[in-house]
Write a protein that binds this ligand. Structure first.
Ligand code: PMP
Length: 329
């Protein structure tokens, strides 16, 4: 079923085949495009659909804070409870002992996100092995948000859940063409899972968007076959990050560590003792530079005097921002 005018509910087959080839090439995992991949209207939709597929009222879902802002409403709309665990400041790493302590008989899933929005931290192979130890011998699901899979810097590699077949069997892994290929407005992504979980996921997808529009799927099925379109993205974005950091080195803002994503966090501790939100508003109003207060990504009130900049901008824009921020008081 599914010609070019009416793509299959799970996605235009040549696109699913191209995704499977890319996954085989990058992560050496063989996927069946028939059963393991569903094309979705964006990564956020894939995450929400995964949550709706598995959650029942009263379930608990562990997430790490700061957290991409769609997780919490996605959990709560399904009448489940979010159990936020703070990432250790300032490296934004996971304290796996804390995770063990938070697991109850109601825990249904753990959401991970690497490279991480808003901090740019990434999960190491050791992190994934810790996660594996925790979920082994349980029925826990993993929802892995990997929309920034190509944006990993400093010679590190992306530890996709797709590299770990025994974790993939209990996981939903979300990707975004918008993030990968810089077409965020296109709202196209995909979810990868094991055949049984994916068949359940498709039952939710069927009565939600049913399918995604054809032209973008046809275009991307051709575009993503060219490896050069994604292999160099990490290097290019690392150059942007480094350029941005060098420009801001003349300001009083102090960079935190970011190994990936579009984001670089800065501490403004040496500039002001304002709340993050107030400082961010003042930056916008007085200097015309907008950053996001990292406190906006927490359910549990947390204010470390950190703001998040997005450096995926033209160099001229970054230069102008730095010029304005050099006057920061
Ligand atoms: N996850 C994270 C961590 C994100 O930062 C974003 C986009 N801001 C998404 C998912 C959503 O991707 P999409 O635009 O494809 O819905």
């Amino acid at each position: 079923m599914g010609g070019i005018n009416i793509p299959h509910m799970a996605g235009y087959m040549p696109l699913r085949e191209a995704i499977a080839r890319k996954v085989q090439f990058l992560y050496t995992t063989e996927l069946n495009p028939e059963t393991d991949i569903t094309v979705t209207p964006g990564g956020t939709y894939a995450l929400y659909t995964a949550l709706t597929t598995i959650l029942q009222p009263g379930d608990e879902v562990i997430l790490f804070e700061p957290a991409y802002d769609s997780y919490l409403p996605g959990i709560e709309a399904n009448q489940a409870t979010a159990i936020p665990i703070p990432l250790s400041f300032p490296g934004y790493t996971v304290d796996w002992a804390l995770v063990r302590n938070k697991i109850t008989e109601r825990t249904k899933a753990i959401i991970i996100n690497s490279p991480h929005n808003p901090t740019g931290s990434i999960l190491s192979n050791e992190d994934i092995l810790e996660l594996k130890k925790i979920v082994d011998d349980t029925d826990l699901y993993i929802i892995s948000d990997e929309v920034y899979e190509h944006l990993v810097f400093d010679g590190l590699e992306h530890n996709s859940i797709l590299r770990y077949p025994d974790l993939l069997s209990r996981s939903f892994v979300a990707f975004s063409f918008g993030k990968n290929y810089h077409c965020t407005g296109w709202k196209l992504g995909y979810c990868i899972s094991s055949p049984y979980l994916m068949s359940e996921f498709r039952k939710v997808h069927q009565y939600n968007s049913f399918s995604c529009d054809t032209p973008k799927q046809v275009a991307l099925s051709t575009f993503m076959n060219v490896k050069e379109h994604y292999l160099d993205l990490g290097n290019k974005m690392q150059q942007k990050r480094d350029y941005f950091k060098s420009l801001l080195s003349t300001t009083q803002l102090k960079p935190l560590i970011s190994h990936g994503s579009y984001f670089q966090c800065y501490s403004f501790e040496e500039v002001s003792d304002e709340k993050e939100k107030d400082f961010a508003i003042r930056l916008t109003k007085e200097y015309g530079v907008t950053a996001i207060p990292v406190s906006a990504f927490y359910k549990n009130a947390t204010d470390n005097k950190v703001i998040r900049f997005c450096f995926a901008k033209q160099n001229a824009t970054l230069e102008e921002a730095a010029r304005r921020l050099s006057k920061l008081k």
